[in-house]
Design a protein around this ligand. Structure first.
Ligand code: GUN
Length: 295
């Protein structure tokens, strides 16, 4: 058996086409487009490349996009004041502060400073609270879990009544996706187990999963004999395992991909899986925010 590959790159293309039509409709109805500011502090190479991709995608969709790059030396007070300016700017519907921030800046304070109704990353506690309450309550889902759920739905994987095992309990992926898959509604209604470093036998749990979501940050952690034959496997790991001769990072997921393909029914690759979906969901949240501000 060879698993069907779930391409995040292809799904991103389809979602961006849907969003481009929405931007056109918004322009026709309100004479406005979604506005997104991406704030980058310092020059961390990974952050620069993520932000560049986000900006490029926003511009391609016809957003009003501001790339606001600030020096590493910016003070916490200055950054908080900058965020407040964008909170008050009626042409900005989404505010993204790229993480991580330099050590002298308290990330929690920065996240809390963003107006929850412009928090298109879905990191603000108000939005996390809205996510836990569930239903369409005007909140923003965090982008990576939202992308994972969208991939599961678009791949045609049945989630209702499915056993979902999530490996990892981070605030950005493990915790939110565990809640989301257990909610009522589209792409959910699953029975969820979240496992982590203190779980007694991770492999035994994984073997029960109809849908296995791995966000541990450990390259090759999941072995083929941890996978139930025919399961859908979502690999969220992005691990730099080396550098190519041209200087590019060589990436590997948390799943032993080549071997897992022989057992799984469907599987996401790394790169080209969950990563592209995260950006698509950021754009989707920004369009949603713009509609909410304009109507
Ligand atoms: N750093 C790594 N991933 C992300 C993300 O999704 N959003 C932000 N703001 N920073 C990040």
């Amino acid at each position: 058996m060879s698993a069907e590959i779930i391409s995040g790159t292809d799904m991103r293309t389809a979602i961006l086409e849907e969003l481009a039509s929405e931007v056109e409709a918004m322009k026709a109805k309100h004479g406005k487009v979604p506005g997104l500011v991406t704030i980058l502090v310092g020059e961390n190479p990974a952050s620069v490349s993520y932000v560049t991709l986000k900006v490029k995608t926003a511009l391609k969709l016809g957003f009003h996009e501001i790339q606001d790059s600030q020096p590493e030396s910016i003070s916490e007070e200055e950054l908080l004041a900058l965020i407040e300016r964008y909170n008050q700017d009626p042409d900005i519907h989404g505010i993204l502060v790229q993480l991580p921030l330099p050590k002298h800046i308290n990330e929690e304070k920065v996240i809390y400073a963003i107006n929850p109704d412009k928090d298109v990353d879905g990191f603000h506690p108000v939005n996390l609270g809205r996510m836990v309450i569930g239903g369409d309550n005007g909140g923003f889902l965090p982008c990576t879990p939202a992308g994972i759920q969208e991939m599961i739905v678009r791949s045609g994987t049945e989630t209702s009544g499915a056993e979902v095992v999530v490996v990892g309990r981070s605030n950005i992926v493990g915790k939110p996706i565990s809640v989301m898959m257990g909610q009522k509604g589209r792409g959910a209604n699953s029975t969820v187990t979240m496992v982590h470093t203190r779980t007694h036998d991770i492999a035994e749990h994984c073997k029960r999963a109809d849908i296995l979501i791995v966000a541990a940050g450990v390259p090759g952690l999941v072995k083929p004999d941890w996978i139930k034959p025919g399961a859908t496997v979502i690999d969220v790991g992005v691990n730099r395992v080396g550098t190519s001769t041209t200087g590019k990072a060589i990436l590997s997921g948390d799943v032993d991909f080549a071997e897992a393909c022989k057992v799984a029914g469907k599987i996401t690759p790394v790169p080209g899986g969950v990563g592209p979906m995260t950006i698509a969901m950021l754009m989707k949240n920004t369009v949603k925010s713009a509609w909410m501000h304009l109507e």
